[in-house]
Design a binder for this molecule. Structure first.
Ligand code: R5P
Length: 292
């Protein structure tokens, strides 16, 4: 097997290749003056199984087109199979037609990935909620790994776990909060979230955190509004320290500054989306899955 990358995940791809001991195929990626994308595979992939690492983080549409061009380039160059390693899989939150006239985006992105020529898929902490299992979404073999045990481990080693309460901001987050709480030997609570708009949420539910430090757990931070709502309530209760463990920190529109202003002490995320807070790498997790 060989490993290659799209422009969102070059560093992660190098790290995965190194961890698993596979050769990395270099790619030339550029744009034409009118904005169209161009990719070229620079190594020999004939007869090989190739893993393409490409998170669909910021600008997911452009990153997806780039991924599709890459798969076609690899198949055109005679590769035997393509494993999509898409650590952050965009469009999964629209897993229902919440209102009349809306698309079922989670299924649309799955169909696009399949029709691009993907043979198998590996992702990390996909936003599965109404679809419980990844195989309900994809018809190709697909694996959903979780970075939550690694995040919890990192937290325990660096910040300790005594007198900690884990909080998930909404129903979807229970699957992740539960795992972190178990690893930290802590209690967990799940709140209820009502989305009022793209940048507006209301979080409700009982909070009892006396004398504890709080670790918030979620799969994604986008605008930060969800966690800011919870932090504000915790601060009003007098909680001194609030940290957050999140797999995919998109952090749009100055979210990190807003979270800090609200009183967040430490944000720890993974390198599915690179950034200074991405202290935990998913490379070993993905390397293990590729070996299997
Ligand atoms: C949605 O349910 C996700 O799990 C996250 O809670 C959500 O994407 C966070 O978005 P934001 O940071 O914009 O509130």
């Amino acid at each position: 097997m060989l490993v290659t990358y799209g422009s969102s995940s070059e560093v992660l791809a190098r790290s995965i290749a190194k961890t698993v001991g596979l050769a990395l195929v270099e790619i030339n990626i550029r744009r034409f003056p009118d904005g169209e994308q161009y990719v070229k595979v620079l190594g020999n992939v004939s007869g090989e199984d190739v893993a393409v690492v490409q998170s669909l983080g910021m600008n997911p549409d452009a990153l997806f087109i780039e991924y599709s061009l890459l798969v076609d380039a690899l198949k055109g160059a005679g590769c035997r199979s393509v494993t999509a390693v898409i650590p952050y899989l965009a469009y999964a939150r629209q897993d229902s037609r919440f209102h009349r006239g809306e698309p079922l985006s989670i299924k649309v992105i799955a169909k696009f990935i399949e029709s691009a020529g993907t043979d198998r898929l590996i992702t990390v902490d996909m936003h599965l909620h109404r679809y419980k299992e990844i195989r309900e979404v994809f018809s190709i073999p697909a694996v959903n790994l979780s970075a939550m045990p690694l995040l919890a481990e990192y937290y325990r080693e660096n910040f300790g776990s005594q007198r900690t309460v884990v909080i998930g901001p909404d129903m979807e987050s229970e699957q992740w909060a539960k795992v972190v709480a178990e690893k930290l030997s802590a209690k967990y609570m799940i709140l209820e979230k009502e989305r009022l708009g793209d940048r507006d949420v209301k979080v409700s539910g009982e909070l009892s955190t006396k004398g504890s430090k709080v670790v918030l757990v979620d799969d994604i931070i986008s605008t930060g509004k969800t966690l800011i709502e919870v932090i504000s309530r915790l601060k009003a209760q007098g909680v001194k320290r609030v940290d957050a463990l999140v797999t995919h920190a998109l952090l749009v529109e100055g979210a990190l500054t807003k979270l800090r202003r609200a009183g967040l002490s430490e944000l720890i995320s993974t390198d599915t989306i690179p950034g200074p807070q991405a202290k935990v790498s998913v490379a070993p997790l993905i390397a293990e899955a590729l070996k299997r």
